[in-house]
Design a protein around this ligand. Sequence first.
Ligand code: IVH
Length: 653
Amino acid sequence: MEQLRTEIRHHEHLYYVLDSPVITDADYDAMIRRLRALEERHPDLIAADSPTVRVGGAPREGFQQVNHSEPMLSLDNALNEGELRAFDERVRGLLSDAPHAYVAELKFDGLSLAVRYGGGVLKQAITRGDGGTGEDVTENARTIRSLPLRVATTEPFEVRGEVVMPNKAFQSLNEEREQQGLPRYANPRNSAAGSLRVLDPAITAGRRLDFYGYIRLPAPGSQWESLELLHEEGFKVGRHRRLCTDIDELLAFIQEWESKRETLPFEIDGVVVKVDSQAQQRQLGWTARAPRWAIAFKYPPRQAETALRSIAIQVGRTGVLTPVAHLGPGPVSGVMVSRATLHNEDEIERLGLAAGDTVVIERSGDVIPKIVKVARHGDERVKFAMPRHCPVCGEPVVRAEGEVASRCLNPNCPARLKESLRYFASRGVMDIDGMGEALIEQLAGKGLLKSIADLYQLEAGQLAGLDRMGEKSAARIMRGIEASKRKSLARLINGLGIPFVGERTAVLLGGTFGSLDAIAQASEEKLQETPEVGVKVAQAIRRYFDNGHNREMIERLRAAGLNFTQEKVRSEDGPLSGLTFVITGTLPSMSRDEAKLMIEHAGGKTSGAVSKKTDFLVAGEAAGSKLEKANTLGVKIIDEEALRRMVGEGGRA
Ligand code: IVH
């Protein structure tokens, strides 16, 4: 069991801290399952720091107050070059020698956490609180996968760092919350804080938080060495850091990251500059507020003022009416924005908005900006009122009790239909190349598309007669429609537009039931056996399949030959058994995840990194370092078509 635990820890470190797994998720899951089974049989041998007990503690009554080992102070800010130079002058004035070097690190926009280790295990995690005392959030912090539960160092030490929620996790959490009728989080920092300070660790566990260490107590000789040591000890530390000898180098780093901050998977709000030498830090000491050896260079918030021209209504595929703000347009940190979602009428009320006002918009973690507040009222203000009838089909609009959303309940509403078709055909779903908004609009206008199933009745001749459509493009679209029939079951389920069933739930449903028919026939109880599917989602699925129109449409999809099945579990003795694959670059017709599933279903293994043990590298477009490595190691390189042939699908043009 201890061997298995060590192996699992190793793979967790590769996956969560280094972002470079060498085994598949399925293999990892299998190891965890095996360990759980052993622990069930030998409960006396369960270790407190076993990887299976990340979510161990029961929900708590409240958090214990704990004193910090050293005050957790804040940092003084520099808002421009002058203030940074003044900091440097102060440091030089106080030190007997000139500062040897400064370390520039990204300033993570999350919440700080102090984590104590002793005897090689995680002992306690404490929020900053008032700086002197914080709250004991150990059980919740244990669920953060990039925070090691066990370390090689046995002497007591403390790591201070930032808990952040990556932008992707933030966006999908907000989408989920919106689907469930819950208010959205304003930014990744708030949602990280909200996720860490809940009383039930199981909720934190589901939130995909990350921890970046930036201070070690006690520290080795310098800040730079602290970061390296933390990395060696298994912590995630910011990769983007620089050892600078003067202010100009620091300024270059600061400028570089101001323009590149958009490319990071998490939010930053500046750069932290620290005197590198520990001895010099000690000489400089602290004020009552902050250390004299560090300063935070803050980036301006990505806010801008712009005119709110009008508020329009968009009808989504589930019938929800969403108010959309049409803006200025004006740039926000260099990016032009013309629209912002307002989510619902309560939000407009809360902000006190009316068309004609000047508003402040801000971007933070989200792709679409949001309106923060009204800057000035306009002279001619047009107040918003949620329409009582759908602006597209004219049917009544209903706002259910306890919900923030207003919906058009007409299942045949043309807006809902168009949105469902657009979603169904989109890249991440059935991927019908060329079937975009404009074409759907035309086809629906001619009465050729009244349901998703009508897509499969289209003929090339009908397409060729349309605006801006030659024979070639018509043929391309027909090929796209044909190819969509072979897409995975998960994609099809996602494309159907069942309320509350998005991409992730679709994958889980497909994997649990193995066929669309099995899902359609399952009782609510049975449906709830699917991971992450609760009462509400199960009810929505049941209701969807009990509806006669939906059933009829599904029969038409079946008759058209769409793929309704997938393998439930992976087969051990398929054509690829004993072979290990690495996938890199963009494949012509499937995502890397799909390729991975295909390989695993055929009995093969996939890995994230090329090594001597790799049998094949499946390379797509823009393959980079993995392709180079495969070349140097002499690993065989194949394309998607060859992979399809190997699993017995035959190549496709
Ligand atoms: S060092 C004595 N390094 O910014 C304080 N802080 O505005 C030492 N922060 O409270 C903090 N990234 O929560 C440090 N690379 C980084 C940081 C960082 C984010 C946060 C931290 C701190 C706040 C100060």
